[in-house]
Design a binder for this molecule. Structure first.
Ligand code: PLP
Length: 366
């Protein structure tokens, strides 16, 4: 077969262990899965209602334009409906943006570590990947600027950043955007936008009017609690969206996903409720880390990266034996860390108890 050279050594995405696998392996009844930053509080109850009342046929293709979701979103964000693109999760938006702009001879700039799919898709398209190490868990925007040249097509900025949770303040992002050449697309990944503290959050959408080379990505997979429906979206200038559209598969979002997303969007009370509960749980983790001398990054997402100073795989393996699934930092570019999704109050307590056990065991071995 004549596979692209660049995919010969590329690994397929490895999702964490499933709940069923862990139950079986360790003979446990209940499993706490806090590995993929899903919403532990579920999703708006209005979604169940809407799905129950759903009447249309499954025979027909879905509305390829996602018209109802588009109009609802445009009204919610106060943008022109033509400024929006809907995709099968943000993952697909990353894929089609890469497909539209990257090819051999071009390069793309991103932080390290950051969300893995930027690099993955760049490699598939045969583009050069330029990674700039984080400084104290934060994007080194100056370093990223210095990597941009005439062949740079995309710069990826993840805020809050996965896996560190750090948020780029407006005072840093604005001058960065002013210095990126205007023929370089800046992708601002805001998968966790709705979790950001009210007192530091800013209106990033206003930057789109100011910077025509900016596209913002958001998703229904995180705070909206609808990961299984696979709905993500992009917001940019009408021109940029028009240019990207031909690379989008025709019926990429499905009929139930569109309905679930547009219904969930109208329940902002639910969203606010999740944000404030997350805030409370976050604070308990901070206190715990301080009491136990564990390093961590202040997070603006629904997850926390804790530095154990130990092999991340062995910590997550220990937690697994307690029925707790988290993400080892090893696979995320933080070998001594573990990324933990903030779960329900009692789940988080269970995690902290297990961590405490792990630390005690380790200091005993040392
Ligand atoms: C979860 C996540 C995504 C992907 O979300 P989907 O919409 O489910 O594809 C994108 N970016 C970041 C930073 C994420 O954490």
């Amino acid at each position: 077969m004549k596979w692209k050279n660049q995919i010969l050594n590329l690994e397929a995405y490895k999702p964490g262990k499933t709940i069923d696998e862990v139950k079986k392996q360790y003979q446990l009844d209940t499993i706490v899965k806090l590995a993929s930053n899903e919403n532990p509080y579920g999703y708006s109850p209005k979604v169940d209602q809407a799905l129950r009342n759903f009447q249309a046929s499954f025979i027909l293709y879905p509305d390829g334009n996602a018209s109802n979701l588009r109009d609802t979103m445009a009204g919610h964000l106060k943008v022109d409906p033509r400024q929006l693109i809907f995709t099968n999760g943000t993952d697909e938006l990353i894929q089609i943006i890469s497909r539209a702009l990257l090819e051999p001879g071009k390069n793309t700039v991103m932080a390290n570590p950051t969300f893995s799919q930027y690099k993955h898709n760049a490699v598939i398209e045969g583009a050069e990947v330029r990674e700039v190490d984080l400084i104290n868990g934060e994007h080194d925007l100056r370093g990223m600027l210095s990597q941009i040249d005439a062949n740079t097509a995309i710069v990826w900025v993840c805020s809050p950043n996965n896996p560190t949770g750090t948020y780029i303040p407006k005072e840093a992002l604005q001058p960065f955007l002013e210095q990126v050449p205007n023929d370089v697309l800046v992708v601002l990944d805001e998968a966790y936008y709705e979790y950001v503290d009210k007192d530091v959050a800013y209106d990033s959408l206003a930057l789109i009017d100011q910077f025509p080379n900016l596209i913002i990505m958001r998703t229904f997979s995180k705070i909206y609690g609808l990961a299984s429906f696979r709905v993500g979206y992009g917001i940019s200038s009408i021109d940029n969206i028009q240019s990207i559209e031909p690379t989008r598969p025709p019926f990429n979002t499905n009929v139930l996903g569109q309905l679930a997303a547009s219904t969930a969007l109208l329940d902002q009370k639910f969203v606010e409720n999740c944000r404030s509960k997350n805030e409370v749980e976050k604070q308990k983790y901070y206190n715990f880390c301080q009491e136990n001398n564990l390093g961590y990054y202040p997070t603006q997402g629904n997850f926390i990266l804790i530095d154990f100073g130990l092999d991340g795989d062995s910590v997550s393996q220990f937690l697994l034996t307690k029925g707790i699934i988290v993400r080892s930092g090893k696979a995320l570019g933080f070998p001594t860390g573990v990324r933990i999704t903030l779960g329900l109050e009692e789940q988080n307590q269970q995690v902290r108890n297990a961590i405490k056990e792990c630390i005690e065991l380790n200091s005993f071995i040392k």
